[in-house]
Design a protein around this ligand. Structure first.
Ligand code: NAD
Length: 467
C-alpha cells in the first residue's frame, strides 16, 4: 500500500453490530497517481521475468494466503457481514484461482504465421502494463485475488481499489502481497468510488480496467476510460431467473432455490436467483417446502460459526432494500416471508433483514425489474413456456439463470435464456477455469478462464524479412 498524501479518511464498520471499527484513508488523485506510477515502474521488470518465476511467486502468494486464511476470513466476515463460512470458502477460491491462472500462464503464447519464404512472421502476447482492479464489497478477498490473477499472471502490474465498505481484509492481503511480490507489482488503495475509483479508472497510465459492480458504475467506468481508449472488462449486475418445470425434482429445486439466494452474503451476490418462475402445477407444493426451509435459516452475527445469514453491508443498503420491500407492497405484490428485521434482541444494532419473498409479482413491478442486491425474491407463476421465457428474457440484464427439470428439454430452455451462465438442476458457484460473464447490460467479457488470461494481453506481430 502507498502512504496517502490526502488527509481524508472514512470510517468502516462491523455490519453485525453497527460498530465503527476503523478509519481508512480516502486516496485522492495524487495518491492514486503515486500508486499508478509505482506500478508503472514495476511493470517492465515483472513483464520480463521468466514466466516460471512469475508463476512461482504467484503460487507462493496463494500459499501464504492459505496460511493466513483464518485471519483473512475473520476480517472479511467482521467488516463485510458475509458469514464466516462463506468468507473461509472465499479465501480458498481466491487462492485456487490465483494458482490456476499462474499455471495457465506457462502456456501463454503467440503464433507463427505461414507467410512466405524469406519472411518470418509471428505474434507475441504482451501485457498492457498497469491494470486497474475495482470491485464491490460482497467477496473482498476472493475478488481481490481472483480479479488480479489473470492480469498478474499475464505480466501486468495491478493497482487495486479495495471496496469502500469492507477494505480491512484486503489491506491484510496487501501486507502479504508486499512480502512476496516485488515492490509495485500489486498496490492497494482505499477510498470511495467517486474519488478514488474515478481517479484510477480515468488515469492515463492505466492500460486496462477490470471492474465488477453495478451497471451504473460500469457506465461511469466506460466513460472514464473512453478519453484514454482503454479497454474494460465489466462484470455487472444480475436479476437472475430460477425456472422450475413440473417434472423437476422438487426437493432438489427447493434446496437449489434457497441456496441460489446466496443468504451467506445476505443475497448480495450478482449470481443470486431473485426471480422464481414456478409452474402452476407444482407451485403450492414448492412454496410450502421453500418457505419452511427459509424459516429455518439461522440469521446471526457474521463472525459466529453457526450463522447461515448475516446482515446487509451497510445502513444505506438496508434502507435501499427496505424501500424495495415497501415498493413491492405498494405495487400490490403479496409479502409471504420476511421483509422485517429478526426478533433476536442481540442483533438490534446490526443491519439485518430476514429472507424476503413476494408472491403474485408481475413483470412490470419495480421489484421484478431492478437488481435489489439483498435477500429479496419475487415469485411468478407460469403455464405457457413462451410467455415464461419472454418474461425471463424481458430485462436488460442477463447474468445467470437456472432451469430445473428431469428432462433433456432443460437444455433447449437453457439455449433460449439470454444469460452468460445458465445452470441446470443447480444454482450457484462456477467450475474452475470455466468462463464467467454477463450478456446484455450484465457485462463485457469473461473472467476466470484462459480467455481472461489472453484478454489481459495485447497482440504484437513481428514481421521480418530474412532474405
Ligand atoms: P458499485 O458499482 O457501487 O461499486 C463497485 C465498486 O466500484 C466499488 O469499489 C466502488 O468504490 C467503485 N466505484 C463506484 N463509483 C465509481 C466510479 N465512478 N469510478 C470508479 N469506481 C467506482 O457496486 P456495489 O453496489 O458496491 O456492488 C453491487 C453491484 O456489483 C451489483 O450490481 C452486483 O450485481 C455487482 N456485482 C457483479 C458481479 C459479477 O461478477 N457480475 C459480482 C459481484 C457484484
Amino acid at each position: 500500500m502507498t502512504a496517502t498524501l490526502s488527509a481524508a479518511a472514512m470510517p468502516t464498520f462491523d455490519p453485525s453490530t453497527g460498530e465503527r471499527i476503523a478509519d481508512v484513508p480516502v486516496a485522492g488523485p495524487a495518491d492514486v497517481d503515486g500508486a499508478v506510477q509505482a506500478a508503472r515502474r514495476a511493470a517492465p521488470g515483472w513483464a520480463r521475468l521468466d514466466a516460471r518465476e512469475r508463476a512461482r511467486l504467484l503460487k507462493e502468494l496463494a500459499k501464504r494466503v492459505r496460511l493466513a486464511s483464518d485471519a483473512l476470513a475473520l476480517a472479511d466476515a467482521r467488516n463485510s457481514g458475509i458469514t464466516l463460512k462463506v468468507a473461509k470458502r472465499d479465501v480458498g477460491i481466491g487462492a485456487t484461482r490465483l494458482e490456476w491462472m499462474a499455471e495457465q500462464s506457462l502456456e501463454l503464447s503467440g503464433q507463427a504465421y505461414p507467410t512466405a519464404a524469406g519472411r518470418l512472421t509471428y505474434s507475441v502476447r504482451a501485457p498492457f502494463g498497469v491494470v486497474a482492479v475495482i470491485f464491490p464489497f460482497n467477496h473482498p478477498v476472493m475478488f481481490a485475488l481472483a480479479k488480479s490473477a489473470a492480469p498478474l499472471a499475464a505480466g501486468n502490474t495491478v493497482v487495486l481499489k479495495a471496496p469502500d465498505q469492507a477494505p480491512l481484509a484486503v489491506l491484510e492481503l496487501a501486507k502479504i502481497a508486499n512480502e512476496v511480490l516485488p515492490a509495485g507489482v500489486l498496490t492497494v488503495v482505499t477510498g470511495t468510488g467517486p474519488v478514488t475509483g474515478a481517479a484510477l479508472a480515468g488515469h492515463p497510465d492505466v492500460g486496462k480496467i477490470a471492474f465488477t459492480g453495478s451497471v451504473r458504475t460500469g457506465q461511469a467506468i466506460l466513460e472514464a476510460a473512453a478519453p484514454n481508449i482503454v479497454p474494460a472488462l465489466l462484470e455487472l449486475g444480475g436479476k437472475n431467473a430460477v425456472v422450475v418445470f413440473p417434472d423437476a425434482d422438487l426437493d432438489l429445486a427447493v434446496d437449489g432455490a434457497v441456496g441460489g439466494m446466496n443468504l451467506g452474503v445476505c443475497g448480495q451476490s450478482c449470481t443470486s436467483g431473485s426471480r422464481l418462475f414456478l409452474h402452476a402445477d407444482i407451485r403450492e407444493a414448492f412454496l410450502e417446502r421453500f418457505l419452511t426451509k427459509l424459516a429455518a435459516v439461522r440469521v446471526g452475527r457474521a463472525i459466529d460459526e453457526a450463522t447461515e445469514m448475516g446482515p446487509l453491508v451497510s445502513e444505506r443498503q438496508l434502507a435501499m432494500v427496505r424501500s424495495y420491500v415497501e415498493g413491492g407492497r405498494r405495487d400490490g405484490a403479496r409479502l409471504i416471508h420476511g421483509g422485517d428485521a429478526p426478533d433476536d434482541p442481540a442483533l438490534r444494532g446490526g443491519w439485518f433483514i430476514r429472507p424476503t419473498v413476494f408472491d403474485g409479482v408481475t413483470p412490470s413491478m419495480r421489484i421484478a425489474q431492478d437488481e435489489i442486491f439483498g435477500p429479496v425474491l419475487s415469485v411468478f407463476t407460469w403455464r405457457d413456456e413462451g410467455e415464461m421465457l419472454a418474461a425471463v428474457n424481458g430485462l436488460r440484464l442477463g447474468l445467470t439463470a437456472s432451469v430445473w427439470s428431469r428432462s433433456l428439454r432443460a437444455h433447449d430452455v437453457a439455449r433460449e435464456i439470454e444469460a452468460g451462465y445458465v445452470y441446470v438442476n443447480q444454482h450457484g458457484g462456477t467450475a474452475l477455469g470455466v468462463p464467467f460473464g454477463g450478456w446484455k447490460q450484465s457485462g463485457i467479457g469473461v473472467e476466470h478462464s484462459r480467455d481472461t488470461l489472453y484478454d489481459f494481453t495485447r497482440v504484437k506481430v513481428v514481421d521480418a524479412r530474412t532474405a
